[in-house]
Ligand binder design. Sequence first.
Ligand code: GRF
Length: 191
Amino acid sequence: MKKNIAVLASGKGSNAKNICAFFQKSEIVSVKLICSNKKNSLLKSFSNEIGANYYFLDNTSTCFFDGFINYAQTLNIDFIVLAGFLLKVPKELIELYNGNIINIHPSLLPKYGGKGMYGMNIHNLVIKNKEKYSGITIHFVNEEYDSGAIIFQHNYELKKNETAESLAKEIQKIEHSFFPKIILETIKKAL
Ligand code: GRF
């Protein structure tokens, strides 16, 4: 039977869309639910277009994850993917999914991880610190930001005149090329 995944995003959702495209014809994985905590996220209309369910995670209300947890269970979600999702995942969800939640991070963890370390904040610091390498990390999610077991990393050697903006573009390309494949491998092993 196909495994159902939910993809959670807080940003533009390029990773979420890329994951959906990858699994569009998959016999193994179905993207059943897309979720954003941004009110006017374009992922809502995107979900309609591809026939996936959409959930707005309204973090202005208390216990905002409860509704998501119920909905995910109604849809028989087996596995959760955080694709640029910036909110902290509650203990209840981590326990319920028994570790079957993964995240992508645009640096070589443990470097540039933790609270406040996301997006351009990371790339600006990498440039400021004159790092030779950056990259991506895909890891399991636990209760602390960016500290779950690492599943996969890919290095990127910075170019001579690299800027935070050019680095962000390179990192995004790497994310798109590896994340769906690693999700598939991880699901095959875990479920
Ligand atoms: C990605 O770089 C991801 O690693 C980070 O946030 C970014 C999300 O980009 N955590 P997008 O919303 O998928 O375009």
